[in-house]
Design a protein around this ligand. Structure first.
Ligand SMILES: [Fe+2]
Length: 247
């Protein structure tokens, strides 16, 4: 009998590899994936318990965030992020991606922004009076500025449903652990850095809030990865996934 995490990954691959060829099945496949993720726990991925011991994170040489790569191909990646108590993933983007986050330990606060919304387009049009915005105000530009609408501020724990983001909805976020170490399973599709026709550069970019230009509308400045943020990586030690053969 296959493991739960095997079934999650298989459903993720089915969902995202068939999105273009069979768009009519995508919504149902995604719902089925979310239903499986909603039931996913730290035990399903055999999350090593030492990550949840606050003492581990008191070591000043320890990276504030640990990553466990579970799976990656050109359509889907699955990984586990573990954050120190009151740690943070800086505000970052997900170029042309779907993302799914299931908290499997602790509690996190997720602050999300959307770009290219009706409101942000209206603000940009007013700011530039119908002229083409300067290059710096295009979100694809290097170290540019993006106009973004603040969306949800969600607090999620192990009992919460899966949090999702889409290519054009809640596509930027920062994630903060509250009080204790926190861990979440993260599925991204397509993963960073695989070029797409509509978006050749798909790096992870970081941002800081520059100014507020209207209620809930902010200009975000692209920045280098903050100096307080770095990660270390650990091997996946959960159930075998190598027999995965989705056809
Ligand atoms: Fe993210």
């Amino acid at each position: 009998m296959s493991s739960h995490i095997f079934n999650v990954l298989k459903q993720a691959i089915v969902t995202f590899t068939s999105k273009k060829a069979k768009p009519e099945t995508f919504a149902t496949n995604l719902q089925n994936l979310i239903a499986l993720l909603d039931k996913t726990t730290a035990e399903h991925v055999n999350l090593p318990s030492h990550f949840l011991n606050p003492d581990l994170w008191n070591n000043p040489d320890k990276a504030p965030v640990s990553c466990i790569g579970v799976y990656e191909d050109d359509q889907v990646s699955m990984g586990i992020f573990i954050l120190k108590p009151n740690g943070k993933l800086p505000l970052h983007n997900h170029p042309q991606m779907h993302g799914l986050i299931k908290v499997i330990a602790g509690r996190v606060k997720i602050v999300s922004y959307s770009i290219d919304t009706e409101k942000t387009k209206e603000i940009d049009e007013k700011s530039f009076q119908g002229e083409t915005p300067p290059v710096l105000l295009r979100h694809k530009s290097k170290y540019g500025i993006v106009t973004a609408e603040l969306g949800d501020i969600t607090v999620a724990d192990t009992s919460s449903p899966t949090c999702t983001l889409e290519p054009d909805f809640k596509n930027l976020h920062e994630i903060q652990s509250l009080d204790e170490p926190a861990a979440f399973l993260d599925i991204l599709a397509p993963p960073y850095d695989y070029p797409l026709e509509e978006c050749a550069s798909r790096h992870c970019s970081y941002y800081t809030r520059l100014s507020q230009v209207a209620p809930n509308i902010f200009r975000l400045q692209e920045i280098r990865s903050p100096s307080w943020y770095w990660t270390d990586s650990y091997p996946y030690t959960g159930p075998d996934l190598f027999e995965l053969n989705v056809s």
